[in-house]
Design a binder for this molecule. Structure first.
Ligand SMILES: [Zn+2]
Ligand SMILES: [Zn+2]
Length: 352
């Protein structure tokens, strides 16, 4: 045991300081609020692993931190789509060996003892902690995480390609599972962003027909390319009723529209954290009667991340990515806000 401790300390000495792009105060992204800093190496405590980061995805959630919802503590290293190699093992950490390629997603920790954690809905735990929000994330050369909250990355993906699977992908997978969809049923997707791109590929793999409701010719063309049976505007009628629907839009009006075209006994999943405007009053007889359901989605579980990574490798789903250096994090986030990134934006760490 003592021997193990000594070797892990040697491992963490590899970097004495690491580079990180740090958020110290809230300011619009155009002001480039992330600053490059040298931070001490994180040291893996009991049952934790030290990960040398090679890639970290950037996400719209991070844009919220600059205006709507600040992280609970600052300074903070953002980033919750992390891929890297295990470089050090804390005392008692046994699940990985040095050199394993692992991913870290939004779920950073949960209490492990409450009825949510014990029942498989650790995403609802009152002590849920998010990576790059409550705990330092991946806009850095290294991070530490509990070994229970890291996942082996299938060989099929490059480091950068795997990063969007850990956020948009795993969350989209949870949305789809919670919709209760069965093979060969019909699925409606309202809005066609990063998660919907992935959901439609899983739905096609499962033999489901997808109907995509979105504005803009470009989005509709991409939806067709990825397997949509039909595309239309948010208010249009699809050719068949929907067994399940997932609403990715930030507006309230899509809820009655989706319920209107939902089959009896169908379920509508609301996949966003917040709606910009209220959901209009729902006509019970027309929109909810006949056992229709509405369900929201919060966070992800480790099971979602694990299952989705292996499914994505099997299908396969290979995300398109645009790479930036760690130093370019501010500029990458500005481009993300402007909608100018091709595929998913990823920060690639330089090897030293
Ligand atoms: Zn994200
Ligand atoms: Zn818990």
């Amino acid at each position: 045991m003592h021997q193990g401790l000594v070797s892990s300390v040697e491992q963490v000495r590899r970097y004495e300081e690491m580079k990180a792009m740090v958020l110290k105060e809230i300011s619009p992204v155009e002001n480039e609020p992330l600053r490059m800093e040298e931070l001490p190496d994180p040291i893996p405590g009991p049952n934790k692993i030290l990960v040398k980061i090679s890639a970290c995805g950037i996400c719209h959630t991070e844009l919220f931190y600059f205006k709507i919802r600040r992280p609970p503590r600052l300074p903070m290293v953002l980033g919750h789509q992390i891929v890297g190699r295990v470089e050090g093992l804390g005392p008692g950490a046994t699940k990985f060996v040095l050199g394993d390629r692992v991913g870290i997603a939004w779920i950073n920790s949960a209490c492990g003892k409450c009825h949510f954690c014990k029942g498989g809905t650790e995403n609802l735990c009152l002590e849920f902690r998010g990576t790059g929000c409550h705990a330092h994330g991946g806009y850095a050369q290294c991070t530490v995480v509990s070994e229970d909250f890291a996942y082996l990355i299938p060989e099929r993906f490059s480091d950068a390609e795997a990063t969007p699977l850990l956020c948009a992908g795993a969350i989209g997978y949870r949305d789809l599972i919670l919709s209760g969809i069965k093979k060969e049923q019909t699925l409606g997707l309202f809005g066609f962003g990063a998660s919907a791109h992935i959901v439609i590929q899983i739905a096609r793999y499962w033999g489901c027909k997808s109907f995509v409701f979105t504005r803009g010719e470009e989005h509709r063309n991409l939806a067709k390319k990825l397997g949509a049976s039909w595309t239309g505007g948010l208010e249009d009628d699809p050719p068949e009723k929907l067994h399940c629907a997932i609403d990715f839009t930030p507006v309230g009006e899509t809820v009655p529209q989706a319920l209107r075209v939902l089959e009896k006994g169908g379920r509508l999943v609301l996949a966003v954290i917040r709606k910009r405007n209220p959901i209009p009053p729902l006509d019970y007889a027309k929109l909810l009667w006949d056992e229709k359901e509405i369900k929201s989605v919060a966070n992800i579980t480790r099971k979602d991340a694990r299952e989705f990574l292996s499914l994505a490798a099997e299908i396969p789903i290979i995300p398109e990515v645009q790479e930036f250096s760690l130093e370019e994090a501010n500029q990458a986030l500005i481009l993300l806000k402007q909608g100018k990134i091709q595929g998913a934006g990823v920060l690639k760490m330089q090897d030293e």
